[in-house]
Write a protein that binds this ligand. Structure first.
Ligand code: S3P
Length: 166
């Protein structure tokens, strides 16, 4: 089976669904944020503080290029679709699955996640988080070959739908 690449906003469940897909398919699971953290030797928050978002996006593009011919399950970072170059690369990487979610669902999830500090949402109000999210919606849609609505569904149901549709 060819690999599967997961895209979507922070808190959409890319890592949870990626791990479960990996279990079900036997394919290795790769998390781009983990790869970047390994390379930079610090947290993403520290990297943003020291080098800024543009430098992080450059790293993200480099990781994406390394996995063009992938046969793993890949969980991307929520901002992977920000650069036009990345969107073009993603289009060559089908199946790209957009895990769709709405602010009412992902904002409380982000607030309760104390394991990851996300520089673009930390200490932001729900309204400010929506302003990060909304311009990205068409970018996720443009980059995806499959769209899966994740709200009110279990990771098992989501994985089932992905495997039925790829
Ligand atoms: C980001 C999402 C994060 C991480 C970084 C930036 C974004 O990944 O890459 O904090 O711009 O959406 P997750 O989507 O895994 O939280």
């Amino acid at each position: 089976m060819k690999g599967i690449i997961l895209i979507g906003f922070m808190g959409a469940g890319k890592t949870t669904v990626g791990k479960l897909l990996s279990e079900k398919t036997g394919m290795e699971h790769i998390d781009f944020d983990d790869k970047i953290v390994e390379e930079i030797g610090m947290t993403i928050q520290e990297y943003f503080d020291l080098h800024g978002e543009a430098a992080f996006r450059e790293r993200e593009t480099n990781v994406l290029k390394r996995y063009l011919d992938h046969n793993q399950v890949v969980s991307t970072g929520g901002g992977i679709v920000m650069r036009p170059e990345n969107r073009e690369l993603l289009k060559q990487m089908a199946p790209v699955v957009y895990l769709q979610t709405k602010p009412e669902v992902f904002i409380p999830r982000l607030k309760h996640d104390h394991t990851t500090v996300r520089p673009l949402v930390v200490s932001k109000s729900p309204e400010e988080i929506k302003q990060v999210f909304e311009p990205r919606i068409p970018l996720y849609e443009e980059s995806a070959s499959i769209v899966v609505d994740t709200d009110e569904r279990t990771p098992e149901e989501i994985v089932h739908e992905i495997l039925e549709n790829i």
